[in-house]
Design a protein around this ligand. Sequence first.
Ligand SMILES: [Zn+2]
Length: 67
Amino acid sequence: MVDSIDFYGEKKWCRKCGKNVRYLMSISHSYCVQCGSVVTLFSKDAWRKFNKQLEAIKEARHGNGHK
Ligand SMILES: [Zn+2]
């Protein structure tokens, strides 16, 4: 039980690892302890929603006069 227990009791989502990971905090971002990528508070599902919204916004912008 001594070995790598959740240190912060909290994890964040790393897109690169594809899972929730422990992270290091910096001033503006948190970083995955495993791969060093920026991690987010979003879960996979939250990302999916978020990306959908982003795409909708992009389409709305790009869709203008594109035919
Ligand atoms: Zn990672």
